[in-house]
Design a protein around this ligand. Structure first.
Ligand code: HXC
Ligand code: NAP
Length: 289
């Protein structure tokens, strides 16, 4: 991404080893590149070997100490093998970014139980399995660490047409908040990011596959635009850094105000013109009772 170090000193993440699941594409890859520019050693996990190799080449060309490992987060044995490999290669990790996800839009009544499982197994079970594997290792080793979970704004509210994802991300948010309390005594910190719309091939092809759907989404955002990867990366870098050491259990929304726009009862009044406001004010002021 070559974004420079943004608002940060260039050694912000020096000495930290960060594992990003689903880190070979999209937002995961952007975070990996951004963290590398801030001095982190990077490990990437995902299913597709060719995507991992592509990201590895890019990161190592930029001077990053990078390790990639094909791993399906739905498979606890594969996660244990990944953790063993990271123990050998880096002596363990300091930050786990649970970013891997699966999702698509569909009327819920059209889903088979296998379609429900496809999403729940990646998002909820996969995140739980990696959290458990690396959490246990940190606790056994007396090592502190940070877990950053990438959720969605509808983890709080639910959303029609992405119901398995909404249920799974709500579960991940509950995991974040629960372990923030339970594992703080081991020096393990939990944080989450709830991104609004950030264009990536993976999300757009499955969730906003036509220009009309994409434009409808943009029209809902008070700031009138989608997010940029750099904006998300800067937030993530701060949250996993030692400067956020007192943040625990917090989920930070970065969505241009989109979810609040959908929530406020009178938000539809954004469409009222100045002339209409004049008329409405006159009507209201003339009301005597
Ligand atoms: C209905 C579908 C479907 C669809 C798959 N299925 N796609 N059903 N509508 N569009 C069904 C299949 O028919 C099958 O059920 C079952 O789901 C499993 O399908 P597989 O293709 O075998 O699954 P799998 O190979 O495990 O792939 C998982 C996946 C896929 C989730 C379906 O899309 C994937 O790999 N996604 C990873 C990347 C991704 O989704 N990125 C987006 C993240 S964005 P049957 O009954 O036929 O066997 C995000 C938040 C975005 O999370 C917020 C947006 C602004
Ligand atoms: P993406 O590029 O499709 O990222 C998903 C990644 O997860 C891919 O690299 C994928 O790689 C990996 N993955 C999927 N299933 C896996 C499995 N079983 N095991 C290991 N890795 C797996 O989409 P993205 O937009 O960057 O999404 C990244 C994160 O941001 C996700 O958590 C998503 O829910 C969240 N998010 C995105 C947006 C947005 O607007 N883009 C909004 C809200 C939240 P493989 O297929 O090679 O395994």
């Amino acid at each position: 991404m070559n974004q420079g170090t943004g608002p940060f000193r260039p050694d912000l993440l020096q000495g930290k080893t960060v594992l990003v699941t689903g880190g070979a594409t999209g937002l995961g890859r952007a975070m990996a590149e951004g963290f590398a520019e801030l001095g982190a050693r990077i490990a990437l996990a995902g299913r597709r070997e060719e995507k991992l190799r592509e990201a590895e080449a890019l990161l190592s060309a930029a001077g990053c100490d990078v390790y990639v490992h094909s791993c399906d987060v739905r498979d606890p044995a594969a996660i244990a093998a990944l953790a063993d490999a990271l123990d050998s290669r880096f002596g363990g990790i300091d930050v786990l970014v649970n970013n891997a996800a699966g999702n698509f839009i569909s009327p819920t009544e059209r889903l088979s139980h296998r379609a429900v499982d496809a999403v729940l197994n990646i998002v909820l079970h996969g995140t739980f399995y990696t959290t458990l594997e690396f959490g246990k290792r940190w606790i056994d080793a007396g090592r502190s660490g940070t877990m950053l979970n990438i959720v969605t704004t509808y983890a709080e509210t639910g959303s029609a047409f992405v119901v398995p994802s909404a249920a799974a991300k709500a579960g991940v948010l509950a995991l974040t908040r629960s372990l923030a309390v339970e594992w703080a005594r081991y020096g393990i910190r939990q944080v989450a990011i709830a991104p609004g719309p950030f264009p990536t091939e993976g999300a757009w092809s499955r969730l906003l596959p036509t220009p009309e759907l994409a434009q409808n989404m943009i029209d809902r955002i008070p700031l009138g635009r989608v997010g940029s990867k750099e904006e998300l990366v800067h937030l993530a870098a701060f949250l996993v850094s030692d400067y956020a050491a007192y943040l625990n259990g917090e989920c930070v929304t970065i969505d241009g105000g989109e979810w609040l726009q959908g929530a406020g009862q009178f938000n539809g009044l954004l469409d009222v013109t100045d002339d209409q406001w004049d008329q409405l004010a006159a009507m209201i002021k003339s009301t005597k009772s």
